[in-house]
Design a protein around this ligand. Sequence first.
Ligand code: SER
Length: 883
Amino acid sequence: MQTAEIRRRWLDFFQERGHTVVPSASLVSEDPSLLFTVAGMVPFIPYLTGVVPAPYPRATSVQKCIRTLDIDEVGKTTRHGTFFQMNGNFSFGDYFKEGAIGYAWELLTTSEADGGLGFDEDRLWVTVYQDDQEAYDLWRKLGVSASRIQHRGKADNYWHTGQPGPGGPCSEIYFDRGPSYGVEGGPEADEDRYIEIWNLVFMQYLLTEVRGKTDFTIGGELPRRNIDTGMGLERVAFLKQGVDNLYEIDQVRPVLDRAAEISGRAYGADHEQDVRMRVVADHVRSALMLMSDGVVPGNEGRGYILRRLMRRTVRAMRLMGVDAPTFPELFAASRDAMKSAYPEVDTNWERLSRIAVGEEETFLRTLSGGTTILDVAVGKTKESGASQLPGDTAFLLHDTYGFPIDLTLEMAEENGLTVDRGAFDRLMAEQRGRAKADSKAKKKAIADLTVYSAFRAQGETAFTGYEYLQTETTVLGILRDGASVTSAKAGETVEIILAETSLYPESGGQEADAGSILGTGFELEVHDVQRPVKGLISHRVLVRSGEVGVGDAATTVVDPVWRKGATQAHSATHLIHAALRQVLGPDAHQAGSYNKAGYMRLDFNWNKALSPETRSEIENIANDAIQQDFQVVTRVVPLDEAKAMGAMALFGEKYGETVRMVDIGGPWSRELCAGTHVGSSAEVGLINLVGESSIGSTNRRIESLVGPDAFRDFATERAIVAQLTSDLKAPRDQITDRIADLMANLKAAEKRIAEFEMQALSARVPALLETAATIGSHRVVAESLGSVRSADELRSLALSVRERLGGDAVVALAGDVDGKPAVIVTTTPAARDAGVAAGPLAKTAAGVLGGGGGGKPDIAQGGGSNPAAIPAALDAIVAALRG
Ligand code: SER
């Protein structure tokens, strides 16, 4: 049974039983406490906790998931994948244990011919939480033999996400693969022979603190008892496809085969190589799916995990003896295996492959850099007679070059060395400590969300700002330093929760509205508007005057000038985005944006600089759209309909079932967007593209001024041009030629001046020769020239004097260059033969001048900070020559 078929049967089964089919959410979790969607329930957390009322009583999904906790197990066991799909059915306060257990048993044991999954009842085992008698009885009622039900503790039969949130006891279903796969005794005895296929979580508690898998605090009961179940699609697929592990199923195997082909090795011939091929197959698929959801390789958070998966892949291929790039082939194989379930990996292929290939190239370069570091360290270690590579070298390789420790271990071993693992582990532990401190700080921020959740539970904040600038409403809550209070006085900064608001909260790249909130006897100045939890809007305000209290009537007032600018900037962002794609093609995807009155920027996936012509073309197309006075039409439509109409949706963005679609000129620009926009494109006024720059290796950023700010920038440039035409006495179209002429003249004039200066300098030589004194065997000139233009001037003069003196001569000339003393000392060969070197003399003089100096025996220079000390410095040279 193909993976797609299992998926289809699953969704049909639950849809027929009253479940709403919900499409998979992005791998990038919307829940701020989780990096990734780690389970099918993650997108439903607000419904499970009751923070947001569930829009349906029952739901089912096949959710893309990423878990990297067990990354080291990948390839070694039958069942660990970093990317997997979780089939789930959910009840939000609807059916509970009996329903969940009944459905699971029915789907698993109904024959394949009758649309079920056709598992043999006698080979299914179940586990229940230690004291969950109810679940035990329900399984018994279905006819499961008591000998195949096991009671287990918290470690195995209690489920939570690892973060504060919903949790509860669970009951798991296992399939017995038979005696050739391990020992008798049920899942308790052997989790490889008895493979877990389905977990039913009876989600009824709110965990307020989670310190570890079995160490958590139950804060209380959830408002309703829910069901969260998860069946591993890959596990069922490998059991149904008669293969031994999840790396050999139809969606993964083609990558494994390609890795075998490229490396010229047969899969199944050697355990160690097999593990490597499975690692490659798993990691390539995970990386592909992550990129498809908008993650790009980076050094922290999600980007780092993606990078790690890719680097482990490169390393596995190298250990199989392949040093050349392999990503183009491996990722294409994964795309072909995944595209029927996830067509976007095919439609976005060009972008995905560009990122993958770029990352592989970078890492291959990194590897050769790291290899050099390692070779040097190996050389040094051997030279010193030691046999152990220092831990800090291994750490540096890991931290700076992304070398996994086992790569360092193996490469050291090839050179007959070991690695100081203890020191390496200590350095790693210190680094982890720092990371932990960071995530603790983050967790605290999330814990504070519970205050907002309490308000959210009373209902959504209605946003009226699309139609109105002002709205009359009621103060529902006031938060001071994160805690709910009943009132706030003049001078305080607090957060205000209202029943309705016309003030736009920062989102979709658009800056929050500016404005005020007014009531009888109080005036609040709005500093920020945010949506801390889905559906709830919070206003950060300064109480300008009076006192505001919970329950007061209030009016929200948007600053109309600010809002006008905000709509212009946001519509301009859409125009630039559309123009960009017209010029660069549909591969140029928005990766992020920010806009506020007068300014917009847009980051997009692209890896080379735009030429000035391309920039102008984009700017022209966007301004042409303004000229065309396109109507802007906003509609709320079902997501599928919007996508079918070609609306641009953003990576990593989660959209609801209905979406707001903003058209500028019909399909000319069509985006899903919650922002505020102008009524027709002409209102944008003007777009002035002022900047284009790189953001990392895969993104570029375009910046523009919009509306009156765009005009002001042009006006400033015009004023500069006007000044130039008047100063240069040239019409506008001749200014550049005129400047080029002036520059050429200037250069010629400077050359002439330099010549004159040389002549003037030479004129000073005779006078300097006159000052020559005899010290021992040497003829010595040691003079100050007063103000000079540069040390170079001193130098040429000193060389002329030296040449004219000849014989055994020493010349020391000093001068004041822009307030700083400088001295040049130079010697003839005969003087040097007599034991005089310029370097030490320059150093001596510099010491007196308050600085440093030195150079070669024939010529040397010194400097300092005190020009008044020049005579003393020259005296010091003379004294030194006298010995
Ligand atoms: N949340 C549970 C799990 O991930 C069941 O879906 O196992």
